[in-house]
Design a binder for this molecule. Structure first.
Ligand SMILES: [Zn+2]
Ligand SMILES: [Zn+2]
Length: 335
């Protein structure tokens, strides 16, 4: 094994990632060293690069949808073997002691650390991760098809669970998360109504191809009132728009980590026991449930491959909405 690796590094928010040759990290106590096969490019990475997340640790290697193989075990690691496939998600470490951790809500841990934000992430040939937060993943699936599951899939799944037993589900923003969660929702017997950027016929066709009963612009009215709406796009104006289409007792779930300001709206749109909530991070239980569901019946993932060195281009294309589905960096792809 070589002792140096290639990584794409954020030195300062608002600047491009820089290709860097640095030392392969060594696994500390409780950590595994991972040879990264693929790493998804998430909208949160875009928020990090654009300086929309508070207090990033810098310089930072972004990336929290990591699929790789365990190369070496640090002291005290249990349950993992060299060669085994591992997935590393956004939740990288929690304290285990605060009132949230003790209550089974580690996603809200007061001292939580996140991959690719406070812990170096997967835009690199190698990374180290706390073994307790990794997920065992199917060995036979191509890594690029697993990577989007680690955040888009997982946090989408948590958002879907917040929708309770809603049968008619509105989905705002038809990107990586929505394309996976639509498939899960259909399996659960829900009807999906996809609301995209106005005039985005391509995304609407994509949504229909994955089983959406209807797809239109976010300025349109779905054919039926909604029992719940999930918002995956970072546009605060979608919150009142979604509330207007949600039936009494229904719920609007904001799934992103960052959103533009929400415009004011009449209280009547919330009244009728409608609720509005956000989803933050994930718990390991979410992951266990979600990957069990994926093992039973794999999800179809639409991926757009980039080489590690093309991470800036992948982020640019994500910002522009230039592709359907999810962007993934594949470490062995030629630049
Ligand atoms: Zn905690
Ligand atoms: Zn993410």
């Amino acid at each position: 094994m070589s002792h140096t690796m290639r990584a794409m590094v954020l030195e300062r928010p608002g600047t491009r990632l820089r290709l860097t040759h640095c030392a392969v990290p060594e696994p500390g106590v409780g950590q595994v060293l991972i040879a990264v096969e693929a790493c998804g490019v998430c909208r949160t990475d875009l928020h990090l690069v654009d300086g929309e997340l508070p207090d990033p640790v810098l310089p930072m290697i972004p990336g929290h949808e990591i699929v790789g193989r365990v190369v070496a075990l640090g002291a005290g690691v249990q349950g993992w073997q060299a060669g085994q496939r591992v997935g590393v998600p956004w939740l990288g470490w929690t304290c285990g002691h605060c009132r949230f951790c003790r209550a089974g809500r580690e996603n809200l841990c007061e001292r939580a650390r996140f991959t690719g934000y406070q812990i170096p992430g997967g835009y690199a040939q190698y990374t180290v991760a706390d073994a307790r937060y990794g997920f065992a993943l199917p060995e036979e699936t191509a890594p690029e098809h697993l990577a989007p599951l680690l955040c888009a899939g997982l946090i989408g799944y948590r958002a879907l669970r917040m929708a309770g037993d809603a049968r008619r589900l509105g989905v705002y923003g038809f990107g990586a998360a929505a394309h996976l969660i639509t498939q899960v929702a259909r399996r659960q017997g829900r009807e999906v109504f996809a609301l995209t950027r106005p005039g985005d016929a391509q995304s609407q066709a994509f949504a229909r191809s994955l089983g959406a009963a209807w797809a239109g612009g976010s300025d349109e009215t779905p054919p039926e009132p909604l029992d719940a709406a999930l918002i995956f796009a970072p546009a605060g104006a979608l919150v009142p728009a979604a509330l207007r289409h949600v039936e009494r007792g229904g719920c609007v779930v904001c799934a992103g980590i960052h959103m533009s300001d929400i415009p004011s709206f009449p209280y009547a749109w919330l009244w009728g026991e409608r609720s509005l909530r956000s989803v933050a991070n994930l718990t390991r239980r979410d992951g266990d449930e979600f990957f069990e569901l994926v093992r039973q019946a794999p999800l179809q993932t639409e991926v757009h491959l980039f080489a590690l060195e093309q991470a800036n281009e992948a982020l640019d294309q994500l910002r522009r909405g230039a592709f359907q589905g999810a962007a993934v960096l594949r470490m062995d792809a030629p630049a």
